[in-house]
Structures are given as C-alpha cells and as structure tokens.
Design a protein around this ligand. Structure first.
Ligand code: ACO
Ligand code: KIV
Length: 525
C-alpha cells in the first residue's frame, strides 16, 4: 500500500448516485426517511456530490431532494432533469435550499436513442442541449450535462454537443456508458479524444458514469479517469439500473491501494465504507453478495488452512488492504473443512482452551469430521466439541457405531456397538421411539440400575444442520450424574450423553459391568 499523490490535478470528484440511479434498480425503492439517512452518511463520509433524486419523477422524489438540500452540510446536492424546462424548473425548486447545488440535465446523443426513443433529428437534439443548459444556468452556476448513451454516439456529433454544452455554461460534462457496452481501452480513448478535440474542454470537469452489464464498470471508470475525467459517478454496493453502476467502495479503494498505478485520490473516508454498504443494503433490502469486493462478508474472511496459516504469520500474505481501512473490525478466520491445525490452535486459544498434544489431535480429527458434515463450524460448535473431548478423555465406555431405524413403520430399532475398556460389544434393541431404543441398547450392554432423570435436547447454533446438544441426568442410590454431548445427529448425541452420565456413574462405582457381546433383536430394556 502506498500513499496517494496530493496534487489537486489528481483529485477525483466522487458523485454518488445511490439515491437516483441506485434507486432505479427494480425493487430498491427507499422511503423518505431512509433517503435522508443515506444522504447524511454520504455527506459524512466525504462524497463530493450527492445526486439526491429526479424531482420531476414524483412528489415523493421532489420532497426527498428538497429535504436533503436543506440538511446537507458539505456535499453539493444535485437533482436530475431531462432536457425539458418543466424538469429543470422543478429540479431547481427542489435543490433551492442547498448551500451548494447542481442541476444535472441529460439528453441522448446516440443514433439509436435519437431516432427511436426521442424521435428527434440530431440538429434538434443539438439545439435542445444549448437551450436546456442555458435554462439550468439561470438557477445555478453548477450545471452538469450528460450525453446519454455517450459511448454509442458518433464522435463528431458528441464533440459538437460537448462544445455547445460548455459554451452554454455546463461546468461538468458527463459521458455515460449508459448500457455498459464500452471497454477500458475504448473509454480511455473516448475521453482523450473528446478532450483533445473540443476547443473549450478545459472549462469543464469531465465525468464517467458506467454501468456493469459486462462487469467492467469499475475498470471502465478508472480508464476514463486515465483519459482525463476527474469525476466518477458511482453508487454504494454498485446498485443501479439493470446490472448496476460502478461501486463507490471499489473505485475508491482501487485508487488507494494501487496508487502507484492509479495515481488519483478522493476525499472519501474509506473507514465508513462498510457502514455505508450495510445501511444501503438494509434500506433497499438488497443483500450484498458474500464475495463482493471490499464490503462482502467474505472480503476479509479466510477458511483455507494454508491461507489461515499465512495470515497468522503475516497478514500481508493474503490481504492487500487492512480490514480496518474500510471499517471492518478484524479479519476473520472461518473454521471449516479447509482449515488446518494452525488456525484450529489459534481458535482454541481465542476461546480460552489449552489442550494437551493428544487432546488437540483428537479434537482436530473430530473437528474435521464435523466440518465435513456441517456447512459452517461456529465457535459454539468447537466449544461443544472440545468440552466433550475434555469430559470424555478418560471415559471407559465409548460409542463406536450406531444405526437407528426410525419412522412410521416401526419398531424403532437401535444397533449399537460400544468400546468398553477396549472390548467391542454389539447389540440391537427396540424401543418406544428411537431414543428409547438406543437407551435400551446401552442398558443391555452396560447393565445398571440408574434412573433417567433428565433428557433434554437443544440446538448449539441455528439452521437445520446445527449440532444438537443433548443433556442426560442419571441417578443411582441418591447420587445424580449429568453429562452433555453434541453432534449434528441428535440420536448420536443422545447415545453419547447417556454414556457420558453412565461413565461418571461407573467411575464413582469403580468398575464397569459389561454384558456379553450379543445381538438382542427383541430387547426392550
Ligand atoms: C439513463 C437514465 O438513467 S435516465 C433516468 C431514468 N430514470 C427514470 O426514468 C426515473 C423517473 N422517470 C419518471 O418518473 C418518468 O419516466 C418521468 C416522470 C420522467 C416521465 O414520465 P412520462 O411523462 O409519463 O413519460 P415516459 O416515462 O412514459 O416517457 C419518457 C418521455 O421522456 C422523453 N425523454 C427521455 N429522455 C429525455 C430527455 N433526456 N430529455 C427530454 N425528453 C426525454 C421520452 O422521449 C418520452 O417522451 P414522449 O412522451 O414524448 O414519448
Ligand atoms: C442520466 C444518465 C447520466 C444516466 O444515468 C445514464 O446514462 O446511465
């Protein structure tokens, strides 16, 4: 990571359009209050221009832009308007209270849009650009003009329109890739060409506005900046029309992290990126994909043993930016089937365990077995597993295998093999339900007089693949012994918990009664 150049010519204006283009994502509509909350956060995080809405679109949009204009302290508040006087007048009214205000007016310039959508000749479009920018300048000195579908516009016509817009008073010229069609090399050349060919181009700031239809919005935006643009239009989480817009968090961090090859900088406080992402996701109900760059929940999470080992030795082995730099508390080492011993030991230390080498090896083997069966192994799973490992380390009786037939057909039957002080014994028992069948089988292999006082099941974590934690209490001669066991299979956990209690009981007695190895198809306890 290198620090950015602080030269003003390399400063890139961040124009956030989460509340306008972002809200155009089908299903992303935000309430008035939610828009105010998002705008406030954008202002706090250093966004230069907030495109707060499209005031002519609805009374609600007008009111939101108006209120944001009243409340925003630092950023320029901008509203969108078509090339129509009524749009521009309504927009001007909406942004009026802002201390810094911008009118953003746009008009399509590509042959396909002019012919089919606007149904206008190029000369009419040209005249509209001049008339609308002039109209907007009556209200504010800060006027942006966009050549909608700019990347599919004939270059000569585009240059003429850009020149006319600047002459009429536009201070920002946006050349959008409205349909996400361009490539980095093309977009770079477009900006370079337009800036070289338009005689008054130095009187305006050029701007990129990219869509992600081919997944190139961020790369295209940065290429446009390389071509001379100094404003990036973008949204939090990349939301926006169709496949979305350039993701604010991605362009900002690309320039920060790779400043030696992307030598531009912004005024964004990157430590607020995660908060902004969460807020926008919450108010739009658009989940952030897990592997999303910068703000996805896996962006700073590692599950593979080799990566986790590297991270524990030096975070730079697998992270190109710190989680703190984008507002994430810390890297997470997620325990799963790909994890190795280094990460497992660290996790145990974090959970407060200190195991002997043998216990550790046993616990690791059991952890791997659990991870193979369960999508996510949570801290609680590991705690349950290690607690059991410690509690059962000296057990005389252990479950070797268990097969249960359950369901409507009955009889519920348990076939159980135990290791009793090194001796393997098997039996089969039926019962009034699968748990009863298992307990009968145990009773058959380890005869005892203890009474079952408690049998309780609860989930260790959430989800259908959660481990079941079973508690069993047995009592004999006025003394009670309780044990717990966890397993993704409730019936296995039940057998282990029962045996846990029995182990405690028999160790107090000092000896374990063992029945002869046998098969008991009819045994009912
Ligand atoms: C690329 C972009 O993201 S552009 C922004 C897109 N965002 C939106 O459209 C969201 C808000 N839009 C709306 O609420 C409505 O579309 C409104 C209020 C703007 C207009 O609604 P309506 O008057 O019912 O028109 P409708 O949306 O059906 O059609 C759009 C009209 O605007 C015209 N138009 C489109 N772009 C422009 C423009 N930049 N300047 C002038 N007119 C335009 C179309 O040619 C069409 O005109 P027509 O009625 O003469 O055929
Ligand atoms: C209004 C313009 C800037 C736009 O959203 C687009 O072209 O995608």
């Amino acid at each position: 990571m290198t620090s950015h150049s602080s030269s003003e010519k390399d400063r890139v204006v961040i124009f956030d359009t989460t509340l306008r283009d972002g809200e155009q994502s089908p299903g992303a509509t935000m309430t008035h209050e939610e828009k105010l909350e998002v705008a406030e956060l954008l202002d706090q995080m250093g966004v230069d221009v907030i495109e707060a809405g499209f005031p002519i679109a609805s009374e609600g949009d007008f009111q939101a832009v108006h209120e944001i204009a009243k409340r925003t302290r630092n950023a320029v508040v901008c509203g969108l308007a078509r090339a129509a006087f009524k749009d521009i007048d309504r927009c001007a009214e909406a942004i009026k209270p802002a201390s810094r205000k911008r009118i953003h007016t746009f008009l399509s310039t590509s042959p396909v849009h002019m012919k089919h959508k606007l149904q206008k000749e190029p000369h009419e479009v040209y005249e509209m650009v001049i008339a609308q920018v002039t109209r907007a300048r009556n209200y504010t000195d800060d006027v942006e003009w966009s050549s909608e579908d700019g990347t599919r516009t004939e270059i000569d016509f585009l240059c003429r329109c850009v020149e006319a817009a600047i002459k009429a008073g536009a201070t920002t010229i946006n050349i959008p890739d409205t349909v996400g069609y361009t490539t980095p090399e093309e977009y770079y050349t477009l900006f370079k060409t337009v800036r070289e060919r338009v005689p008054n181009s130095d009187q305006a700031v050029f701007s990129v506005h990219c869509h992600d239809d081919l997944g190139m919005a961020v790369a295209n935006s940065l290429a446009g900046v390389r071509g001379g643009a100094r404003q990036i239009e973008c949204t939090i989480n990349g939301i926006g029309e169709r496949a979305g817009n350039t993701a604010l968090e991605e362009v900002v961090m690309a320039m920060k992290v790779r400043s030696e090859v992307l030598p531009w900088w912004t005024g964004i406080d990157a430590t607020m990126l995660t908060r902004a992402s969460k807020l926008v996701s919450a108010v739009t109900s658009f989940p952030v994909q897990y592997n999303k760059a910068i703000v996805g929940r896996n962006a700073f999470a590692h599950e593979s043993g080799i990566h986790q080992d590297g991270m524990l030795k030096n975070a730079q082995t697998y992270e190109i930016m710190t989680p703190e730099s984008v507002g994430v508390k810390q890297t997470s080492l997620v325990m799963g089937k790909h994890s190795g011993r280094h990460a497992f030991v660290r996790k145990l230390e974090d959970l407060g365990y200190k195991l002997s080498a043998n216990q550790l090896e046993d616990a690791f083997v059991r952890f791997k077995a659990l991870a193979d069966r369960k999508k996510q192994v949570q801290d609680e799973d590991i705690e349950a597993l290690v607690d059991e490992e410690i509690a059962t380390a000296h057990d005389r009786i252990k479950v070797l295998s268990l097969t249960v037939i359950a369901g409507t057909m009955g009889p519920q039957t348990a076939t159980l093999t135990l290791d009793i002080e090194g001796k393997h014994v098997t039996t089969q028992s039926v019962g009034n339900g699968p748990v009863d069948a298992i307990f009968n089988a145990i009773h058959s292999l380890v005869p005892h007089e203890a009474k079952l006082e408690l049998y309780q099941v609860q989930a260790v974590t959430e989800g259908t693949d959660a481990q079941a934690e079973v508690s069993v209490r047995l009592s004999e001669n006025g003394r009670s012994f309780t044990a717990k066991a966890a397993d993704p299979d409730t019936l296995v956990a039940s057998a282990k918990a029962y045996l846990g209690a029995l182990n405690k009981l028999t160790s107090k007695r000092g000896k374990t009664a063992v029945a002869e190895p046998r098969i008991h198809p009819q045994h009912a306890g």
